[in-house]
Design a protein around this ligand. Sequence first.
Ligand SMILES: NC(=O)c1ccc[n+]([C@@H]2O[C@H](COP(=O)([O-])OP(=O)(O)OC[C@H]3O[C@@H](n4cnc5c(N)ncnc54)[C@H](OP(=O)(O)O)[C@@H]3O)[C@@H](O)[C@H]2O)c1
Length: 300
Amino acid sequence: MGKTLVLGATGSLAGLTAKYLCQQDASETLRVTTSREKNLQRLSERFAGAEAVVADWYDEGSLAVAMQDVSRVLVVTPDFTTDETVVTPNIVKAARKAGTVELLLRLLAIPPGLTASDLPQEFRDTRCGANLHVIAKPLLDMSGLPVCYVNVPAWIMFNLSTFFAAEIKSSRRMTMPAVTDANRMWVSEHDIAAVMAKVLSEPAARHVGREYALTAAQRYAYADVALLFSERLGEPIAYVDDDKALRASMGDDFDRLMTYFRHETEAYRDVVHRDTVPQLLGRPQQTLGDYIEANRRRFE
Ligand SMILES: NC(=O)c1ccc[n+]([C@@H]2O[C@H](COP(=O)([O-])OP(=O)(O)OC[C@H]3O[C@@H](n4cnc5c(N)ncnc54)[C@H](OP(=O)(O)O)[C@@H]3O)[C@@H](O)[C@H]2O)c1
């Protein structure tokens, strides 16, 4: 087997996947990238034994170098900033040029059946969630490359920290604007990364052409999440309709996120749960309550 290339390994999901690959003793065949020279040292230290290189997916040449002798590639693109009409074609060209890629694994977040033509331009302009992935997926489908998708049409549990941790810590309140509330499925980043590490470390033929949808058995509105926090932390946490904390954490991206939520609060309603995580990992999926308990120090 050639090298496994994890693009953007400074990122949450890609970094966790690279960590799990290292735990499987795969660090010697691992190549991790950052687009920023200043992150290289941190990457080398975190993934000792792996090769750390700079690769910018807006720079086809740097991608071509990073793809040399690579048999597996992981692509997780960030919300808000990614122009998939440039990034995905660059990745496809570099993978074709390398000629050694047996599996390109791409993270998606697309409710089943949703395509770019279903989404008004104002939503696509948010470059967030499905609005990114509906651009990338058809390009990858048409590329002729051996592609596999891990699709997460749900919220990832690290959002608990992003959106709620600061207010819960300071005032025992869980605040978000009520217009963004929905009955959502939540999937742990640890389960997503474990699935991605498994797919990358098994024979490619087992996964080429597959799409693994990672969902959850239960749905939670904000009041339900607050109740879980109260139960697991052992003190009352109230859900409050307030946008101040979100404004502060999102800065200039606040308005785009609110536009995105107008799509997201509706689009994932009909997602059907499948037991993909336990089937692939051979262990139970992490629940939202268990995640809160395991990470309680972030909220206390
Ligand atoms: N939040 C949710 O509930 C949720 C749910 C489902 C799916 N998702 C999806 O999850 C994805 C985000 O995952 P994440 O939070 O793990 O991402 P992330 O932490 O934002 O990481 C993305 C990485 O991409 C790298 N990157 C940025 N620009 C680059 C460039 N020009 N060239 C190469 N690499 C570049 C960055 O590394 P450097 O800066 O070091 O280059 C960064 O660490 C999105 O696609 C989102 O739609 C999110």
